[in-house]
Design a protein around this ligand. Structure first.
Ligand SMILES: *[C@@H]1O[C@H](CO)[C@@H](O)[C@H](O)[C@H]1NC(C)=O
Ligand SMILES: *[C@@H]1O[C@H](CO)[C@@H](O)[C@H](O)[C@H]1NC(C)=O
Length: 271
């Protein structure tokens, strides 16, 4: 019995090492030397294979284009950028493909998109490497959902309101923010820094939400910033900053400690 357990232990350690050592990710430059540009009957995607962990690099002139990720084939087909999943616009964007599935990218410059500046890629797990462990966001405990602004929702133009609202709360990784608003007059841009927050600068958002009913999961500890991109709204107070702490009450065990603990429980149960 003890021998079998030890055998399993060794196997588990080996698998763990293989997981750490695996997964060489590929960086794909979209359109090769032409960059992110219109293409008729492009077969760039046919020549490449896309695996989880790979990245796409988009290079283009940010004065005329951006990279808008949309959620479906219909939006892709009709070059409809009105409900983006994410918008990138630095002119040199690196997008990591974190999950298997179909990804659709268009430019919000409609003329350019209809003349072929769009990209759909199918992302699969690399068959030559083991299935990676689930991403942390999948195994997070489901936390609390906070409705931003409570009954006032995402619509108050008072520089203190959302500051007061968030100040009294303790947010943790795994919690979610629910933004409710009229999506004809507002949106939610997640931005990355306190300077952009201070100056209400929506130029380089981390993520864009526009459904009017957006549930945003807080997957990373740190400070998160949300503003409205509508002219004047953020300046008038439609901006929210939340401080997210690590997940509460989850003992921090290393994989080895977890394995040892699990093995111990196994031995005792069978006495
Ligand atoms: C597609 O790729 C092949 C080579 O794999 C090339 O011969 C052909 O011209 C390409 N078609 C277009 C429309 O670019
Ligand atoms: C779309 O792209 C074309 C060609 O690059 C450019 O002339 C035009 O100004 C762009 N339109 C917008 C709205 O940026």
């Amino acid at each position: 019995m003890a021998k079998r357990i030890f055998g399993f232990f060794l196997l588990a350690i080996t698998t763990f090492t293989v997981l750490l050592g695996c997964c060489s990710a590929t960086v794909h430059k979209v359109g090769d030397s032409d960059g992110w540009a219109p293409k008729e009957d492009d077969n760039w995607t046919d020549r490449e294979e896309f695996h989880v962990g790979d990245s796409l690099v988009f290079e283009y002139d940010r004065n005329f284009n951006d990279v808008t990720q949309v959620s479906g084939g219909l939006e892709y087909e009709f070059c409809d950028s009105s409900f983006p999943k994410a918008v990138y616009n630095t002119g040199h964007d690196v997008v990591t493909l974190k999950e298997p599935g179909s990804y659709y990218f268009i430019t919000s410059n409609h003329t350019q998109c209809t003349s072929g500046q769009r990209l759909d890629v199918l992302v699969t797990h690399d068959p030559s490497s083991p299935i990676p462990p689930p991403s942390p966001s999948k195994i997070l405990p489901s936390g609390n959902i906070y409705k931003v602004g409570d009954s006032k929702r995402w619509s108050v133009y008072d520089s203190e309101f959302y500051y007061q609202w968030s100040k009294e709360k303790q947010f943790h990784v795994g919690d979610s923010l629910l933004f409710e608003y009229n999506n004809e007059v507002n949106d939610v841009f997640e931005i990355s820094g306190d300077l952009e927050f201070l100056y209400c600068d929506p130029i380089s958002p981390v993520a864009v939400h526009k459904t009017g009913h957006d549930l945003i999961k807080l997957t990373e500890p740190g400070i998160h910033y949300f503003i409205s991109s509508e002219p004047g709204h953020c300046e008038a107070g439609l901006k929210l900053q939340v401080v997210v702490g690590p997940t509460p009450n989850v003992p921090k065990l290393s994989p080895l400690e977890r394995l040892t603990r699990w093995l111990n429980s196994f031995t005792f149960n069978h006495h």
